[in-house]
Design a protein around this ligand. Structure first.
Ligand SMILES: Cc1cc2nc3c(=O)[nH]c(=O)nc-3n(C[C@H](O)[C@H](O)[C@H](O)COP(=O)(O)OP(=O)(O)OC[C@H]3O[C@@H](n4cnc5c(N)ncnc54)[C@H](O)[C@@H]3O)c2cc1C
Length: 433
């Protein structure tokens, strides 16, 4: 491509990472270059609000906005299409309708494919519920209504290979509150079943006092737990689980009955991305350099859950490292700045994401917040706190998140909102860089 010729940047996926990426890229590149968003649906959804949808605390309209309307305000184009193939050698996306979308640069922000098929009987098509998509959360809500009408044992957790543990904890605490409000908690024994080696590990080997604080929160609510759990298979109302010891051998077997079960699955890359020769690791996640650029295709960048990150440590039952909002936001800022470097300044990418984690988790009527900088220990900051303020902060964050997606602001949400909320004006950057 000639320097300063009009470049066409296609963003694949209008999710938590893709929407801000499109706004930031357009903001930096201006009208001389085209930014086109391609997403399978015409609405953006706030995925972190799904646990509230699953218990009827949010309606879909409250957490969704039309993509085309808001992108158009910033002169970003939109095609609603399901991408079935990336032809990386010819710089093209192929859609389910066999349309061809050309690009000069591709930003992959396609999030996860939910690998329920790794566990027989798992997932909403079989016997367990999920909060990973809006459709799943709505179907979970129906199952929660049935549970309230017909109380019985509940299992909540994260399957082997999962990396996103936060929503499992959120859901178990939220559901506990729903059942207490309905006055039927005494009829519903709840167990938290997790592949983590200990409660509060979160795929990050814990953050601050996350182990004792989350154990305490579970104990206070009479929620029992099993760690190092590997689910063997699931029948209609019974789950077969192996609990492994530190050597990875089976210590105990359980066959637990349930009326309701919600489990987070392992994530892998979506097919269109995973099938590109040389682009991904064996899980279908994009292998990038520290500038979010594919190590194989120099005009492909990636950010968010679709990026390959090795686990923080090996655990008896496999777990992965979570890719959370702040990290995703900063990856996307780096993508936008690196595209600007290449397209406008004709220099090599130099920007890197800040691999830190900031999370606000709802717990029904209280909440938890953690900061991990960097994400992997040992850290400069390792902070975990709970309180009612965190519950309110999560509600505030949802509103702010939606506003950002509507306004097209390229201001970093986490630094503008989440950190201020905690009285921190700016995360200390890595002093060595
Ligand atoms: C239930 C849940 C709650 C979470 N809560 C939090 C939280 O509170 N805080 C936090 O920091 N992190 C949270 N996370 C983790 C993470 O922030 C989210 O998963 C986040 O949405 C990931 O962003 P993403 O852009 O990588 O993917 P996504 O937001 O999933 O976006 C991917 C987009 O790509 C589109 N797409 C996929 N395949 C195709 C295709 N073939 N063709 C066209 N379009 C396609 C999808 O429709 C979607 O719009 C949560 C995750 C889950 C699952």
């Amino acid at each position: 491509m000639e320097l300063n010729a009009m470049a066409k940047i296609v963003v694949l996926g209008a999710g938590t990472g893709g929407m801000p990426a499109a706004y930031e890229i357009k903001h930096l590149l201006g009208q001389e270059h085209q930014v086109l968003m391609v997403n399978e649906r015409d609405h953006f959804r706030i995925i972190p609000s799904n646990p509230w949808v699953a218990v009827g605390w949010r309606e879909p309209d409250a957490i969704s906005i039309p993509i085309a309307k808001y992108l158009a305000k910033k002169h970003i184009d939109f095609i609603c299409a399901f991408v079935t193939k990336i032809d990386a050698d010819n710089n093209q996306l192929i859609t389910a309708e066999h349309d061809v979308i050309d690009y000069d640069f591709l930003v992959i922000a396609s999030g996860p494919k939910l690998a329920f098929d790794a566990i027989p009987g798992a997932g909403p098509e079989h016997y367990t519920q999920s909060v990973c998509s809006l459709e799943h959360a709505l179907s979970c809500k129906e199952n929660v209504d049935e549970l309230i009408a017909n109380p019985g044992p509940v299992l909540v957790g994260a399957f082997q290979g999962a990396s996103c543990f936060g929503p499992a904890y959120e859901y178990v605490f939220i559901l506990d509150k729903v059942l207490r409000d309905a006055g039927i908690r005494k009829h519903v024994p709840i167990q938290f079943i997790t592949s983590e080696p200990y409660i509060g590990h979160l795929g990050l080997d814990g953050i601050g006092d996350s182990k004792s604080m989350l154990e305490s929160a579970l104990r206070q609510r009479d929620i029992k737990w099993i760690c190092n759990a590997s689910v063997d298979y699931i029948e209609k109302d019974i789950m077969h689980i192996d609990e492994l010891n530190r050597k990875g051998n089976i210590d105990f077997n359980y066959s637990l009955p349930f009326n309701h079960a919600m489990f987070i699955p392992p994530f892998v890359g979506i097919d269109a991305v995973a099938n590109v020769e040389g682009l991904c690791n064996k899980k279908g996640f994009v292998i990038t350099d520290e500038h979010q650029r594919s190590t194989k295709y120099s005009n492909i960048f990636a950010g968010g859950v679709c990026v390959a990150i090795p686990p923080a440590q090996s655990t008896p039952v496999p777990t992965g490292m979570p890719k959370t909002g702040y990290m995703i936001e900063s990856m996307m800022t780096a993508v936008a700045q690196n595209l600007h470097s290449i397209i406008v300044n004709n220099v090599e990418p130099a920007y890197k994401g800040t691999w830190n984690a900031i999370c606000i988790a709802d717990m029904g009527d209280t909440g938890a917040v953690f900061i991990a900088t960097p994400q992997i220990a040992p850290r400069n900051v390792s902070w975990f706190a709970t309180g009612k303020w965190a519950h309110l902060a999560k509600i505030g964050f949802e509103k702010y998140f939606l506003l950002k997606m509507k306004s097209g602001s390229s201001e970093p949400l986490y630094e503008k909102y989440a950190l201020k909320l905690m009285g921190i004006t700016r995360l200390e950057e890595d002093k060595e860089s």
